[in-house]
Ligand binder design. Structure first.
Ligand code: PHB
Length: 360
């Protein structure tokens, strides 16, 4: 039978009311003191609870994992309390919400790091990128190359963050493996030039991701874990000699963990859906047996056609969810969408965050 975007779907034992996902979106509205989620964030997510699944904005797993001002953490007791407000508010509206676990790696700056230290990465190679430090945009410096005991400590931070996500009442966790942040830095050969067991071969470059997944599965049932990747994005100066080959391997490896879903940014993050020569999303997806969430530049027609063709199980919408809390209802009715205001994407208060109008 033909499935609609508005039909329910199950991921393991998790029942979702439709196939429309709210993509993870950095909004920089955590409380400045302690990077804690707050009442305003709870309202924002609750307004969007008609999505089949909300994936939270990236939450840094440790102070070191932070790369921008006012992003929320998931490592302190106060942050767990703040996230509890968010999950309670979403659940009160019958919504479902996963937290996105984030470590930015080299996409940071000493001004945001504990004790003004250098950000960390697989190799001491700077990204050609900028971060927002609360005052302005600053270039990302050459990072400190992680020692192997430091890698072990970060994997433990991921495990702890996953336990905190449970305490905070989330329905599951999404591992942020996309967009040139730490995990992606290990995967791509441009940013990973290590000569130990974490670098060189595809198997070695994928080892960090695998070890993090092993840690997460100690805390969560595997079906309550998803992974987001962006195989063909150059966001944050990410580059790989052969992304199709790299990610075919990475996704086959992920498949061994029997996860709930794979979530791909199809093309340039927040940009073109065009793929480089040799890029093939359908082939990549064929290496994964669980649910597939497709993201990037979708509108209703393209989303429904991908569901019709079996090319995706769920579709994640980003910017349209910023400006349309009732996006599901608007898509269902074919109603016009509010246009998102870019000036209020990052930081600020309620304006451009919780004040977008509902359908009359
Ligand atoms: C952003 O702040 O623009 C941003 C953050 C995390 C992502 C992608 C974009 O994965």
């Amino acid at each position: 039978m033909r499935k609609s975007l508005f039909d329910p779907i199950e991921i393991g034992d998790l029942k979702l009311s439709n196939r429309i996902v709210m993509a993870p979106l950095t909004r920089n509205r955590a409380s400045a003191n302690g990077d804690c989620p707050n009442e305003l964030m709870a309202l924002y997510y609750a307004q969007r609870a008609s999505a089949g699944l909300i994936i939270s904005e990236g939450a840094q797993i440790s102070p070191q994992g932070k790369g921008y001002a006012w992003t929320p953490g998931i490592y302190s007791a106060q942050q767990i309390d703040g996230w509890r407000k968010v999950t309670d508010a979403v659940h009160a509206q019958q919504g479902r919400i996963f937290i996105q676990l984030w470590h930015v790696g080299r996409i940071s700056h000493p001004s945001l790091q504990p004790n003004g230290q250098l950000p960390v990465a697989p190799s001491a190679i700077a990204a050609k990128a900028h971060i927002f430090d609360g005052k302005g945009f600053v270039p990302t410096p050459k990072p400190h190359a992680l020692e192997s005991n430091e890698i072990d400590a970060i994997i433990e931070d991921y495990r702890l963050a996953a336990t905190h996500a449970k305490s905070a009442g989330f329905d599951g966790v999404e591992l942020h493996g996309a967009n040139g942040y730490l995990i992606d830095q290990f995967l791509h050969d441009q940013s990973n030039q290590r000569s130990d067991r974490y670098g060189g071969s595809l198997e070695n470059r994928t080892r960090f991701l695998s070890e993090v997944l092993t840690a997460l599965t100690k805390v969560w049932p595997s079906k309550r874990i998803g992974v987001r990747l962006s195989p063909f994005s150059s966001f944050n100066s990410t580059a790989d000699t052969n992304p199709q080959e790299t990610f075919a391997y990475v996704i086959s490896k992920i498949n061994e963990f029997n996860l709930g879903y794979l979530h791909l940014v199809e093309g340039e993050t927040g940009g073109s859906r065009e793929l480089p020569a040799g890029g093939n999303i359908a082939k990549l997806r064929s290496h994964f047996d669980g649910a597939y969430i497709a993201n990037n530049g979708y509108n209703y027609e393209l989303a429904q056609s991908q569901i019709d063709r079996g090319a995706a199980d769920l579709i994640a919408f980003g910017k349209d969810f910023i400006s349309n809390p009732d996006l599901v209802e608007r898509l269902r009715r074919g109603a016009p969408l509010n246009i998102p205001n870019q000036n209020t994407f990052y930081g600020g208060g309620a304006e451009g965050y919780t004040d977008y109008p509902l359908l009359a």
